[in-house]
Design a binder for this molecule. Sequence first.
Ligand code: NAD
Length: 267
Amino acid sequence: MKIGIFANDNRRSQEVKRQLEIKFHERHIVMDNQDPDIVITIGGDGTLLSAYHHYIENLAKIRFVGVHTGHLGFYTDWRDDEIDDLVVSLQSDNGQAVSYPLLDVTVQYTDHKIEHYLALNEATLRRIGSTMVTDVYIGGELFERFRGDGLCVSTPTGSTAYNKSLGGAIIHPDLEALQLAEICSLNNRVFRTLSSPMIIAPNDWITLVPGKGSDFLLTIDSDSYHNKSVARILFKVSKKRIYFAKYRHNEFWRRVKDAFIGDDYGD
Ligand code: NAD
């Protein structure tokens, strides 16, 4: 079993990385950042997202483990003072894994070029300078003409990220669903949108067909692509998944509670 380490530049993350390298060396654990079986990320959710995109071609064979050096993250459930326990878990690894759904995004540009992306959290299409007008199709049927700042399509694990700030629901990652959430829709007597987040079934798909414009902003997780002339975008649940090494059970709703509610209920 070969281990890769992917750390952010933060001083504490680099320190934890050095400590892990020493422990691996002492225990003859093989390190390989080129062709790893397990990738340990050290930092925050952003670091895990970067590692995911770095190793995106090898998702089927890699299991991720997230160590956080800041506050508890959604993909990073090992504290940086638990690395001794992590090393013991790695030494007794028997391939245990948990996997989560990913979002498949196909963008067709007005020059007919086609690009594919695979998002772990979400993809958004936005227009900054003027209203984004976009026809929204669900499963090939025209559903509505959206006007506003943009639209966000998220995965279940991404439902606690940008989607949550947009008022979207939190979806348990055992459900293979996509969520469509609006970003500042225009609603009045003339223009109407559903104005509620929608949960899309795994056998359905979402298509956005924007009106004319060459100034769309497309985001895929932390990456942004500016000034794009988008003809249409298709979103569906990917056949690929992301795998995490499951050395201990961190129940999803407990994680949501720890991140957003805490134990202090006030008076
Ligand atoms: P970042 O790495 O600084 O992350 C921003 C915050 O989002 C961090 O607190 C991180 O812990 C949290 N986060 C990331 N993924 C999460 C998840 N699945 N569940 C709960 N929290 C999560 O910022 P970045 O690298 O620019 O973007 C990474 C992600 O940040 C994006 O995929 C997006 O979901 C999120 N984001 C959220 C908002 C918002 O809520 N208004 C705005 C921009 C980006």
